[in-house]
Design a protein around this ligand. Structure first.
Ligand SMILES: Nc1ncnc2c1ncn2[C@@H]1O[C@H](COP(=O)(O)OP(=O)(O)OP(=O)(O)O)[C@@H](O)[C@H]1O
Length: 582
């Protein structure tokens, strides 16, 4: 966006009120003071900063003035995310008069915790736009039928909350304690905790009943027969169907069910709901009853800087994505590739298997989908379907952004470290790991959002877990044996079979990442040590792996085959790693 076009947009008066502002002219500002423009939601906010200000401090100032939590902000300049919080603005080339795009990730979901007196918890998240009745339905459903809908009463300040009351209004305007009464012998109490509220049951005999019912419900769902999907048996237009490029591919039952349930919801008229989080378009797809999200659809044309991006990000000038070495429109392939390559412990799964992968990437498939609620910059085009990734919606009680890492089990962190190192993930922030609790209350981490995996270079590799203590623990023998079983060449073939012919540069990065993971694990290096080799400390300072690649490039003659080049990388990498050992 040019300054000329900025002038046509409404300008907020906040400029005059920004803390730290002394007067209207540049004079009083110390050297390095620049005026930038924040473009957010169709408005432009001028802001004076220092070139030496870190990204984190700029985000904090935005938080102070606009109220958006720094953690929920994403700043984009010149088509790139300013992802390294400790780096100064100048390292990203931001200078006087530049326009930065601010994407705010507002949480769509309100976390609710129902806790029994015995400490058992039922956790779920509801969309903020939902009403009190919906919350009651969820409590009834999650409680395995113990809290009948008709028995529940939600109270606030002694007043009964009507079923139509919207959750967002309730949580925003009320700091008071909310009580949920169950007209049997149980009483629940909800207390606001930060932006969430926590509901606890005040009753003595509930726990056992909840356990029984939940178990019975689980048994029932396990024995339910999976519906068989028929993929467009007639030429009639269906709202969603899988994209299968290789006729040898047989969809696994879990993928069939995912598509089928999404189709049922669409055919019933349950609209996709656009997430207010994220820098691209992501839609929560509902099931038949409209009571549950079953999947998340991310259309390729709504990716950041793609033509129909709903977050107002400008078009990419050269086709490069928000992260270095990625391409706009390829995010969906990468999402699917991460699921395919997340092999179970026993090795790659067959196409019709739905065995869970080592890291637990949710089942993901490429689909073609049509709906008028999707974003079209130039109006809905009835004739066109959108292509994109469809991923199973994973029940969760928040993301790692909402919680300190200390409670995460080491093996849960390690499985994500292994995935990210292999795939040279350029977007592993804490919001991209969901938290679930299993039947025993143990934390399970779910990696999502793999649209920036397998880039063409290592420049933007970022791993949130690098700062977590678990990453400094050594790999277990089990993990090492999984790492030993990995084979980058075979993985590339597998992706080829699924129709993704990985570009040469991406394949090179992928092979080198796998090589580093294997060599590092063999030498007893921790995920932290290996991850540190892959990540830059600052925007400008090259990582060790980049230097290894550079040295290898210089050491081979032009026209050298890829395998000879990789051989050279292997030798230089060995030398580097041996130098690290005590
Ligand atoms: N499989 C999933 N199950 C449950 N929720 C999901 C799933 N995938 C994405 N989400 C949620 O959907 C919202 C949008 O997802 P998306 O990955 O686009 O956002 P994001 O991680 O914030 O993106 P970005 O990295 O661009 O900031 C987030 O709230 C995310 O937690």
């Amino acid at each position: 966006m040019s300054i000329a076009s900025v002038a046509l947009c409404p300008v907020y008066e906040d400029y005059w009120n920004f803390p730290g502002r002394v007067s209207g002219h540049r004079g009083p500002w110390s050297t390095g003071s620049i005026l930038i423009y924040l473009s957010v939601g169709g408005s432009v906010i001028p802001m004076r900063v220092l070139e030496s200000d870190s990204i984190a401090s700029v985000k904090l100032r935005i938080q102070g003035c606009r109220g958006f939590s720094a953690k929920q902000q994403k700043l984009v300049y010149d088509g790139k995310e300013l992802a390294r919080n400790n780096s100064p603005m100048r390292d990203y080339g931001v200078s006087d008069g530049n326009v930065l795009h601010l994407v705010v990730r507002l949480s769509d979901l309100q976390a609710i915790t129902v806790r029994t007196v015995c400490g058992k918890e039922i956790e779920f998240r509801v969309q903020r736009k939902r009403n009190v009745r919906y919350v009651k339905q969820q409590i009834a459903e999650r409680g395995g039928g113990i809290f009948d809908l008709k028995d529940q009463e939600l109270l606030c300040d002694g007043e009964e909350l009507e079923d139509q009351r919207i959750i967002d209004d309730l949580c925003r305007s009320n700091d008071a304690v909310i009580h949920l009464l169950v007209r049997k012998s149980a009483k629940l109490r909800a207390v606001p905790v930060g932006k969430d509220f926590e509901v606890s049951i005040v009753a003595s005999d509930v726990e056992e009943k909840v356990g029984d019912k939940v178990n019975r419900w689980r048994r029932r769902s396990q024995t339910e027969k999976l519906p068989i999907v028929t993929v467009n048996p007639t030429p009639r237009e269906v709202p969603i169907e899988p994209l299968i490029v290789n006729p040898k591919i047989v969809l696994s039952p879990v993928i069939e069910q995912l598509i089928d349930e999404t189709l049922n919801g669409l055919e019933k008229g349950n609209q996709p709901i656009r997430s207010s989080e994220g820098s691209g378009g992501a839609y929560f797809m509902q099931n038949l009853s409209g009571q549950k999200y079953v999947s998340v659809f991310k259309p390729v044309d709504e990716e950041p800087m793609a033509v129909n991006n709903p977050r107002g990000l400008p078009l990419s000038p050269n086709g490069e994505g928000l992260k270095e070495g990625t391409r706009v429109g390829e995010g969906a392939f990468r999402e699917v590739a991460a699921y395919i390559l997340d092999h179970p412990r026993g090795g790659p799964r067959s196409t019709c298997s739905d065995e869970k992968g080592f890291a637990g990437v949710p089942p993901t498939v490429m689909v073609k989908c049509q709906h008028s609620t999707f974003h079209y910059s130039e109006g809905f085009d009835r004739a066109s379907s959108k292509f994109g990734s469809l991923q199973m919606f994973m029940r969760n009680c928040g993301s790692c952004e909402d919680m300190g890492p200390h409670a995460f089990p080491v093996e849960e962190v390690h499985k994500i470290c292994i995935l990210d190192i292999r795939l040279a993930n350029a977007d592993r922030h804490a919001g991209n790991i969901l938290i679930q609790k299993d039947a025993e209350g143990q934390i399970v981490l779910i990696p999502i959002d793999h649209g920036y995996c397998m880039p063409e270079n290592f420049k933007d590799c970022t791993f949130e877990w690098l700062y977590w203590p678990q990453a400094r623990e050594p790999f277990t023998p089990d993990e090492i044996s999984y790492i030993n079983s990995l084979d980058a060449d075979k993985d590339i073939e597998v992706l080829n079979f699924y129709g993704w012919n990985m570009p040469e540069n991406c394949a090179r990065v992928f092979r080198i990442s796998t090589m580093l993971l294997k060599k590092g694990a063999e030498r007893g290096l921790t995920p932290f040590a290996i991850g540190s080799i892959m990540c830059r400390k600052t925007v400008k300072e090259e990582s060790a792996i980049e230097k290894i690649v550079e040295e290898s490039e210089e050491s081979v003659l032009p026209g050298t085959s890829e395998s000879a080049f990789l051989q050279s990388v292997s030798v230089i990498m060995d030398r580097y790693l041996d130098g690290l050992s005590p």
